[in-house]
Design a binder for this molecule. Sequence first.
Ligand code: CA
Length: 158
Amino acid sequence: MKYPKLTALLFIILIGAMIYQQRLYRWLQNQEFINKTLPTFLNANGLRDDGTIETDINGNGVKDYIVETIPLECGSCHSRPLYIFEDGKILFKYIMDDGEILNPDTISLDHAIILKEPTRLDNEPLCCPSKYHITKIKCKNSQCGLYDSNDNPIKANS
Ligand SMILES: [Ca+2]
């Protein structure tokens, strides 16, 4: 090889350009999702965004969006759909019952959303629960599921 240093430099520049192009493409895809796909989806389903968390719940390097929603017709709904989107597709949906995400900053480390939800007792009004329990949404690859506080699988409600 006549110019090994120049060849190596060109190779590094080429690899760098490929990585940058991929990042740019991902960034554009994410912008498209946030500005177009998600609002269109929410509008079509009569929902409004009540908080979106950007994270990587399944640890595959592809950004995920955890979207808490409220039905548009509700003033004070207790059932609120939560969606996990990846690559513009729904990875998981769960109808929360007044759910509160306890670990918004560590979802990618926990590979789980940890929710606090009221435990509904027969003699209590919806407004004023006295007991709460933990529900976890855990994701591995493109499979997500519901678990209780002891990590036992529980049946989905949606
Ligand atoms: Ca991901």
